[in-house]
Design a protein around this ligand. Structure first.
Ligand SMILES: N[C@@H](CCC(=O)N[C@@H](CS)C(=O)NCC(=O)O)C(=O)O
Length: 213
């Protein structure tokens, strides 16, 4: 049965789940969630995920939420992208948790504030604070990738897919690939994997859908 990923293109958290599905070879299709018109706040959506967030993966009777949990589920089910040993698997989870807390949550919020809020509502001080925190996270990632081809072990895992979740988007949020050469080269390695797609090509929904005519 085809698994259904409830998602939208602008969501880097959903992208992590979508790219994991795409690279694992699992049979899946996206279901568009109209976040910008409030769908995640509706009662109907809360029945699917009480947290009111995408991504949500529905695979038969299984309903999974939280990108890291979905990644872990897909990796366990397909036997792919999870690391070669129990020790590697723990290290994979270590980086997924780090990403969810220190990288993607801040990147997602900063990008939202800078691009998707109306211009007169963008809080300059908050954005500057978030960018400082993000810069520290980019420095950690860049330093790790100085001596690692992949985040863990010698092959791509869900740790790579978690950490890159927001880094291919074109909207500005204080990340310029040129400033971080190890991250830059690693993003190219991920993008060269068979089955890789840009978030706006993998999931429905794109800022141009909301552009004034
Ligand atoms: N920790 C969650 C974060 C999910 C999340 O923040 N999703 C956002 C989109 S990127 C969302 O659906 N927000 C809905 C809302 O705030 O109403 C994960 O990794 O799945």
């Amino acid at each position: 049965m085809t698994a259904k990923l409830h998602c939208f293109g602008e969501s880097g958290n959903a992208y992590k789940a979508a790219l994991t599905l795409a690279l694992s070879g699992m049979d899946w299709e996206p279901v568009f969630v109209d976040f910008f018109n409030g769908e995640t706040r509706t009662e109907e959506f809360r029945k699917l995920n009480i947290m009111g967030e995408v991504p949500v993966l529905v695979d038969g009777a299984d309903i999974l939420t939280q990108s890291g949990v979905i990644q872990d589920y897909v990796s366990s089910k397909t036997g792919k992208l999870g690391g070669r040993s129990a020790a590697e698997r723990r290290d994979v989870l270590r980086w997924v948790f780090w990403d969810n807390h220190k990288l993607s949550s801040q990147a997602g919020m900063t990008r939202f504030l800078m691009n998707f809020l109306p211009e007169d509502k963008r809080p300059a001080e908050v954005i500057a604070f978030m960018q400082g925190r993000l810069k520290a996270a980019f420095a950690v990632l860049n330093a790790h990738l100085e001596s690692h081809i992949w985040m863990v072990g010698d092959q791509v895992t869900i740790a790579d897919i978690a950490c890159c979740g927001y880094l291919y988007y074109p909207e500005p949020f204080g990340f310029d690939r040129k400033d971080w050469p190890n991250i830059d080269a690693w993003l190219d390695r991920i993008a060269a994997l068979p089955g890789w797609k840009h978030p706006y090509d993998l999931m429905p929904g794109n800022p141009s859908d909301r552009a004034p005519n």
